[in-house]
Design a protein around this ligand. Structure first.
Ligand code: ZN
Length: 76
């Protein structure tokens, strides 16, 4: 049983997932953090919502930490 490590992500962070999006993009912008993680493909702008555990499994690496002061907050 692998321990679940919680990646300290925040809205505005850029992450790379193991599997590329059908559009070919691999970089995602974090647009929502909670029980579910909201991600927006930086290539086609499509948004997905992943359960936190699923997100942790698919995460390849954290590419960029947003500046906590002015994260590009998105609602909805
Ligand atoms: Zn995409």
């Amino acid at each position: 049983m692998a321990p679940i490590t919680l990646t300290p992500i925040a809205v505005g962070d850029l992450v790379e997932l193991r599997k590329p999006h059908p559009c070919g993009g691999r970089e995602w912008m974090v647009v929502r953090v909670g029980a579910d993680i909201g991600l927006r493909c930086t290539r086609c702008q499509r948004r997905v919502l992943l359960p936190r555990r699923e997100f942790e499994r698919r995460l390849a690496r954290l590419m960029h930490h947003a500046q906590r002061t002015e994260a590009p907050l998105e609602t909805s």
